[in-house]
Design a protein around this ligand. Structure first.
Ligand code: ZN
Ligand code: ZN
Length: 371
């Protein structure tokens, strides 16, 4: 053993020269001999206890001075994560590994049995630590605001001259929930839906911010057609005397729905509505020609409602008479009748769907056809 001429500052024993101890990280080493070093060495610095504040409503965890969404379903996972964040491993240690075994003590206490291994001064060391984790169930700021009924905008879903269908209301709600979920996924804790209420003529959704209410209204209209207007209502003055407004987004879904059969009463007969995004588009039942409402009429031309594609019945094709006429059985009377032959009618078909309405008997396109 060579002598470096240096001595342990604690016990006075001679210590080896650093160049002969490549296992020592040097710069952080204390210069102590191994005996003195290990006497006061602790591989792990563990807190006596860890307290985790979790929101009992949404599973958010309080970290630092703010709530963070972790989507916690199991508090054990949260406890493991918080404990690992609170533990410090000695900087001199290399090849550090650790295992943790959570022990549920009671509903709000989890005892973490941690076992650490590492290599220090060329020596394999292990250390155990037991850290009790206390789960404090609280209500986060967001859930508190929701519970308090806080909202900044109201999205009202209505339809023009009719009640919205259940399908439209379900879709509008899905659109709102997806929009908010997207915002939440970016870590935005100001994104929430306070309340959804079905009202006799539609749906009211209270949304956390004005901007998000507008975003939801825009998406509903983009998918379901129609339009929206917004207006501000002064609700209160805040503590500093500033006026606080709430914005109502009044969505009006289009008068007619895809699948409805209407008569624009322009002499060319009934139209099956295909699309109501932008101006109304459809197909003439007599000819199969395309129909598009004029720009001024937008999605709601003046028209009579005749029925829906869903009400059509399959009936027998008796004979194709010529280019413009076909004979089919009247589904109610079972008499053969000559009706207009639209170009979407397959001349080889034995049966076709027909709709009987105030405007007479019409062959309608097959359900999945794009005619
Ligand atoms: Zn010593
Ligand atoms: Zn919460």
């Amino acid at each position: 053993m060579s002598r470096s001429g240096e001595f342990c500052p604690r016990c006075g024993d001679p210590v080896e020269a650093p160049e002969e101890r490549p296992d020592l990280p040097g710069e952080v080493d204390s210069g102590l001999c191994d005996a003195c070093y290990f006497e006061e060495f602790a591989l792990v610095d563990a807190p006596d206890t860890v307290e985790v504040q979790v929101c009992s409503r949404c599973g958010a965890v309080h970290r630092g001075n703010r709530w963070v969404d972790v989507g916690a379903e199991d508090y054990t996972d949260v406890a493991v994560e918080e404990v690992s964040g609170a533990l410090g491993v000695h900087v001199d240690a290399t090849d550090v590994g650790w295992e943790v075994a959570p022990e549920q003590v009671d509903e709000n206490t989890i005892r973490m049995h941690c076992e650490f291994t590492g290599v220090v001064r060329g020596t394999f060391v292990t250390e155990e630590a037991v850290v009790p984790v206390r789960i404090a169930r609280e209500t986060c700021d967001r859930c508190g605001r929701i519970a308090g009924g806080s909202y900044a905008s109201l999205v009202q879903v209505r339809a023009d001259e009719r009640p919205p269908t259940d399908g439209e209301l379900a879709r509008a709600r899905e659109i709102a929930e997806a929009y908010i979920a997207d915002r939440e996924a970016t870590g935005d804790r100001n994104a929430f839906i306070t309340e959804v209420t079905e009202v006799p003529d539609g749906l009211d959704m209270k949304i956390s911010t004005n901007q998000m209410g507008g975003g939801i209204a825009k998406r509903i209209v983009a998918q379901l057609g129609g339009g929206f207007e917004d207006h501000e209502t002064l609700v209160t003055e805040d503590g500093d005397g500033n006026e606080v407004y709430r914005v109502t987004y009044a969505v009006r879904l289009p008068r007619y729905r895809p699948g409805e059969v209407i008569d624009p009463e322009d002499g060319d007969g009934p139209v099956l509505v295909r699309s109501v995004q932008g101006n109304l588009k459809g197909v003439r039942l007599a000819s199969g020609d395309a129909y598009e409402a004029s720009f001024e009429d937008s999605d709601a031309p003046e028209a009579r409602r005749l029925g829906t594609r869903e009400e059509a019945q399959e009936t027998t094709v008796v004979a194709v008479e010529d280019e413009h006429a076909v004979q089919v059985l009247d589904p109610e009377t079972c008499e053969a009748r000559t009706v207009a032959r639209p170009d979407y009618l397959d001349p080889d078909a034995d049966e076709v769907p027909v709709l009987k309405s105030r405007a007479g008997l019409h062959v309608v396109p097959e359900r999945d056809s794009e005619a």
